[in-house]
Design a protein around this ligand. Structure first.
Ligand code: GRF
Length: 193
């Protein structure tokens, strides 16, 4: 398999980004090379990228954001990974990279996805709904928020007295397990096209 050049989009602490960097460096994902990390705001994830000598672009939200993003994506990018990226990609980007963008969502899609369902809002909604399970989902990105085909998901039971914080911690552990596997799976599908 030829190595795929991937860009990772981030907005936060970047623990999933770190997991992916580590997986690429350790040979767990030998089919990927991280060529750039793009952030839509100042965040610690960019420091993690810089610590590994990965090129970083930090964009400004608001006017022209989608154009800034398009300009920041290197033309030879094969694949994009949204790892805690909070901005919505417009239709042009989704179409240009159809089947080549994936996202991780901290719930069991198709439940608890869509506009406003991010971070602690998701965990709060899951607990308030009285769900007995939540989890994480890696899926393809399409113009409909959190609606693309599911690549991998894993569930975890919700405990008595669970809080959004404690649930977020459990789900992060799942994310670190399934994200590298999902990237490998999506890259293999890309190769078959
Ligand atoms: C993860 O829970 C992910 O599912 C969500 O944002 C969080 C990012 O965490 N989309 P981190 O920045 O990777 O630590």
């Amino acid at each position: 398999m030829t190595t795929k050049r991937i860009c990772i989009l981030v907005s936060g602490g970047g623990t999933n980004l770190q997991r992916i960097i580590d997986a690429v460096l350790s040979g767990e994902i030998p089919e990927a090379e991280i060529i750039k990390v793009i952030a839509d705001r100042p965040c610690f994830a960019t420091t993690r990228a810089e610590n590994h000598g990965i090129e970083v672009a930090q964009l400004k939200r608001g006017k022209n954001f989608q154009q800034q993003l398009l300009d920041a994506i290197p033309p030879d990018t094969d694949f994009m990974v949204l790892a805690g990226f909070l901005s919505i990609l417009n239709e042009e980007i989704c179409t240009r990279f159809k089947g080549r963008i994936i996202n991780i969502h901290p719930a069991l899609l198709p439940k608890f996805g869509g506009a406003g369902m991010w971070g602690a809002h998701v965990h709060k909604a899951v607990i308030e709904a009285g769900e007995t399970y939540s989890g994480a989902t890696v899926h393809y990105v399409t113009p409909g928020i959190d609606e693309g085909e599911i690549i991998l998901q894993e569930a975890v039971a919700i405990s008595e007295g669970e809080t959004p914080d404690s649930l977020a911690k459990k789900i992060h552990e799942i994310e670190y397990r399934i994200f590298p596997k999902a990237i490998k799976k999506a890259l293999a599908q890309l190769q078959e096209k």
